[in-house]
Design a binder for this molecule. Structure first.
Ligand code: SF4
Length: 148
């Protein structure tokens, strides 16, 4: 039996993609609003992002692509950079519904969760620092967040 491990900042497309959060708040201080239950990332739901990309509005979990992902080098290098370079933005674990399968949590523990609410998967106005955190050291094509 294969244990499912989810990417918590996935692109839509997988048949088992689940929305677990929605970005909320002003542009300067966007945070993930964690849903009380996950919702299948159907085309109809994703279309509710309007003119924005779904990944600019929703946080989506989907099975980790492992070596098919540019961030994976045996572990998730993006999760490592999130912990290394982003500050904590909450003082307690967010009420997240995917924790039991989240790769970031499985590898980085609570330190990932304390930083996770500030992560937008696809951030149109990402700073140079955020782009560096999202992409540093990753030079292979593959799915993954373009914002951090
Ligand atoms: S890092 Fe923590 S808060 Fe973020 S998706 Fe994973 S389990 Fe949820």
């Amino acid at each position: 039996m294969t244990t499912r491990i989810d990417c918590p900042s996935a692109q839509p497309g997988s048949r088992t993609s689940r929305v677990f959060g929605v970005m909320t708040g002003p542009v300067s201080r966007r945070r993930v609003g964690y849903l009380t239950s996950t919702v299948e990332a159907t085309p109809d739901l994703l279309a509710k992002s309007g003119d924005a990309k779904p990944t600019q509005v929703f946080r989506i979990a989907a099975p980790c692509a492992k070596s098919a992902c540019r961030h994976f080098n045996g572990t998730c290098s993006l999760a490592q950079r999130v912990v290394d370079f982003l500050p904590p933005v909450v003082s307690a674990l967010p009420p997240c519904q995917i924790r039991s399968t989240c790769r970031w949590y499985l590898e980085q523990g609570a330190e990932a969760c304390l930083r996770c609410p500030q992560v937008t998967t696809d951030k149109a106005d990402a700073t140079e620092e955020e782009i560096r955190i999202a992409d540093a050291g990753d030079n292979q094509p593959g799915p993954g967040p373009s914002g951090a």
